[in-house]
Design a protein around this ligand. Structure first.
Ligand SMILES: Cc1cc2nc3c(=O)[nH]c(=O)nc-3n(C[C@H](O)[C@H](O)[C@H](O)COP(=O)(O)OP(=O)(O)OC[C@H]3O[C@@H](n4cnc5c(N)ncnc54)[C@H](O)[C@@H]3O)c2cc1C
Length: 458
């Protein structure tokens, strides 16, 4: 059997590895448009040590992913954060990031009292007395609209957008509740179905009560960076990986499928593991309905500036700082103090800081010159933390732009994905996978790729 996989990001490489387990003798060709594998996983060899300039962590609580890494022989490479707390910059000052809640949505005003006005605090505490949310069971609503209506703009802008922006490169107004906080959506489903009053604070309180305390770290990463994962997958898949191989189309032929931009091979099965707009383009001839539906998924751009300083003197003992979305005169949306957050990076000496820019619809950072991005990173860092990076001795800089880094998981996203899957169910030999289909995080992408590989291996 001949398999083609388009895209050598995490989804494509995981699929290649999984298909190989089912088909030891199959031809598996992976086509990658750029000159390197890994996609949004990208470890840059800083002089001080490997440094991730894309994803930098994974949810260690996802045991399916942890078991997958064990199967790949990577258990000994997994390291954990220091546990230092995060900050939020709002109202021109750094504050402790409110604890508990779901992505900043609180059960009461208490954890947020230091970042919202007394009026908003009172509103949070009164939310449970308001008529229930008109929640669509099994459906979705916009996070920003819901939080603004129930708890006020300050909660949306100071906390929820800051937290979601760090993960999704979008404000709350461009995201869906179920698409980004499925547990909260499911609790709202349950409340409505049980005929109980559905409120945000009530649902968050119920989720907190259900949570069993665990001493296990929430996040993990790889000592040598994500390159450990993508190189291992590539090697163990035994696939032929073609880089600088931009695929521009897929066509049905008598015996299977032909890849435009690929080898002359006729493939029995094609798995598309590219971002949504490219996937829509590639599906155009072989699954036009799926292609049309998928065009609804838009992408959010972002940019990262990695900075290594000789001295860490004056950098706060925190893992990082998120910037409120309504904060004026600040370009960055977040800083990760990587050498504080990760002991294995701290052990290298000096300081490593990653500045993140860009939210959906705002292309300022993407269009800015490298010099401007670095200046903004240094200026914002000083303004927010008092740490003068220029005086601390800037030893290394790496600027990474992520054009269309992440899909926008808005309130119609999950319905779109379901519809695309429905259209594809009738197309033999073609399947799709990736962050747009499976969810944003590394474990979610791996799980989606495993399912896609199992389907296409049949
Ligand atoms: C800045 C940033 C930080 C992140 N941080 C985290 C984090 O800390 N933790 C976490 O869990 N997740 C994080 N994520 C999310 C996670 O990295 C991604 O969801 C995941 O890596 C996506 O993998 P993928 O294979 O679906 O897509 P991609 O990585 O986008 O891979 C798709 C591949 O397809 C290739 N391609 C595109 N078009 C073509 C074509 N026409 N022909 C051939 N090849 C093509 C691309 O070049 C790319 O290599 C982050 C994402 C970004 C952008």
């Amino acid at each position: 059997m001949n398999f083609a996989i388009i895209g050598a990001g995490l989804a494509g490489l995981t699929s290649a590895y999984e298909i190989r387990k089912q088909h030891a003798d199959a031809t598996i060709d992976v086509y990658e448009a750029t000159d390197r594998i890994g996609g949004k996983l990208f470890t840059v060899p800083f002089q001080a040590g490997p440094t991730d300039m894309g994803a930098e962590a994974f949810l260690y609580r996802r045991k399916d992913a942890v078991e997958f890494f064990a199967e790949l022989g990577l258990t000994d490479s997994i390291v954990f954060p220091s546990g230092m707390k995060s900050l939020v910059y709002t109202g021109g000052a750094t504050q402790p990031l409110p604890a508990g809640g779901v992505m900043g949505i609180p059960a009461s005003s208490e954890p947020l009292a230091h970042v919202v006005s007394t009026e908003t605090a009172a509103r949070i505490d009164d939310e449970a007395n308001q008529p229930g949310i008109d929640w669509p069971v099994g459906g979705d609503l916009n996070v920003g609209t819901l939080v603004r209506a129930r708890l006020g703009d300050e909660v949306a802008d100071h906390v929820v957008s800051a937290l979601l922006g760090g993960v999704y490169s979008c404000t709350a107004d461009d995201l869906g509740v179920r698409a980004t906080m499925p547990a909260l959506a499911e609790e709202l489903d349950r409340l409505v179905e049980a005929g109980e009053q559905a409120t945000l604070t009530g649902a968050v309180r119920n989720l907190a009560a259900d949570k069993t305390k665990s001493d296990e770290p929430v996040f993990g990463t790889f000592k040598g960076g994500y390159t450990e994962l993508y190189e291992t997958l590539a090697e163990k898949s035994g696939a032929d990986i073609y880089v600088d191989a931009f695929v521009s189309g897929i066509e049905k032929t008598d015996g299977g499928y032909k890849i435009t931009g690929g080898q002359d091979t006729i493939y029995d099965r094609v798995l598309i593991a590219t971002p949504a707009p490219t996937t829509a383009l590639l599906l155009k001839k072989v699954a036009p309905e799926a292609s049309e539906t998928l065009k609804a998924v838009k992408l959010a751009d972002s940019a990262l500036v990695g900075m290594r300083f000789e001295s860490a003197e004056g950098l706060p003992d925190n893992s990082g700082v998120l910037v409120a979305s309504d904060e004026p005169d600040v370009h960055a949306k977040a800083f990760t103090f990587s050498s504080k957050k990760w002991p294995h990076i701290g052990d290298r000496g000096g300081a490593l800081v990653r500045a993140s820019f860009g939210r959906f619809g705002d292309t300022t950072a993407l269009r800015a010159s490298e010099d401007d991005l670095v200046d903004w990173a240094l200026d914002d860092l000083e303004k927010i933390t008092g740490f003068d990076g220029r005086a601390a001795g800037l030893e290394e800089i790496y600027v990474q732009r992520w054009f269309g880094g992440l899909p926008r998981y808005n309130e119609t996203h999950l319905a779109t994905v379901e519809e695309v899957r429905g259209h594809l169910a009738g197309v033999a030999g073609i399947d799709v996978t990736g962050a747009w289909a499976g969810g944003v995080g590394v474990p979610a992408v791996i799980a989606d790729a495993k399912s896609a590989a199992a389907r296409i291996s049949e």
